[in-house]
Design a protein around this ligand. Structure first.
Ligand code: GLU
Length: 294
């Protein structure tokens, strides 16, 4: 069997908050429960959204909370050559095309095409040429018909089915602002780092079919997936910097970790509040038990 390799892949758009701690903790516990390797990858590919100092703050907080990576962290901003190579491989398959649509044009055409539907897939306007418009982004063509259906079994959420053609459409690999898209970078990195198990927040469930399709186009292995419930605020919105999530109180790691474990449905004994070692011993056992019953 391939040796377990998991990862936590934060975007340094702000300090770690309770929501991202839950993802970090779940991926850590799953790696430890499987006697695997746990890596951290800083997803600082989105230049405009990256906050200076946030990555170091995240790494320091993880260390304070007792989660240290088994290999040095990898930084996406240093891996542009890998994304370029993968993009060229995809281009060679004939599935990549330039897109000249602005956000507004896409929104307008969606309103026309999907007036009575709720799904908002890119309608493929530039599939057969730019019609004189300048190229802005680069998209990957998705299959039509039954070939567009991607199915996978999520270890927490169960069977997932997405029709890439009707629910997503041809998606962006390289953005109009010349940045590599998250979908491409994440697939290239997970493959390059030999990641076998992805454990992350359920806000990324919807991206997974695109990533599996990209893995197939690139001829790399598909890891197993587990998406944990996201932490929401009082209005039911996912906690993020945009919804005003507060940075973690790093002065009380044990209190915060016990809260994160409760969010994952882990029932821990009183010893878990006494030391980091005791917390992790209990939490790894409770996680294994929880996943077995999932
Ligand atoms: N960087 C992404 C985020 O912070 C997570 C990527 C992943 O786990 O696949 O939302």
């Amino acid at each position: 069997m391939t040796r377990y390799r998991g990862r936590f892949a934060p975007s340094p758009t702000g300090p770690l908050h309770v929501g991202s701690l839950v993802s970090a903790l779940a991926s850590w516990l799953d790696a430890r429960a499987n006697r695997g390797t746990w890596l951290v990858r800083i997803e600082d590919i989105d230049g405009p959204r990256t906050v200076p100092g946030a990555a170091q703050h995240i790494l320091d907080t993880l260390t304070r909370f007792g989660m240290t990576a088994d290999e040095p962290p990898v930084w996406q901003s240093q891996r542009a050559a890998l994304y370029q190579q993968a993009f060229e491989r995809l281009q060679a398959t004939g599935l990549v095309y330039p897109c000249g649509c602005t956000r507004k044009e896409i929104a307008d055409s969606l309103v026309r095409t999907h007036a009575r539907h709720t799904t908002l897939a890119y309608p493929g306007t530039c599939r057969n040429g730019l019609n004189g418009k300048p190229a802005r982004a680069w998209r990957l063509r998705v299959p039509d018909g039954d070939a567009a259906i991607v199915t996978f079994d999520d270890r927490w959420q169960g069977r997932q089915v997405q029709n890439l053609a009707t629910e997503v459409g041809d998606f962006v690999l390289r953005r109009a602002d010349d940045q590599w898209a998250y979908q491409l970078a994440v697939v290239v990195d997970d493959a390059d780092q030999g990641i076998t198990h992805i454990v992350r927040g359920a806000d990324l469930l919807d991206s997974t079919a695109r990533q599996i399709y990209l893995q197939r186009c690139l001829g790399v292995a598909t890891p197993s997936y587990l998406h944990v419930p996201v932490v929401t605020n009082a209005d039911g919105e996912k906690l993020s910097k945009q919804t005003g999530a507060a940075a973690l109180d790093a002065s009380e790691p044990l209190v915060t970790l016990n809260r994160a474990a409760r969010h994952l449905g882990l029932k821990l004994g009183e010893a878990a509040a006494t030391s980091l070692d005791a917390f992790y011993t209990e939490a790894v056992a409770a996680w294994s038990d929880r996943i077995r019953r999932q």
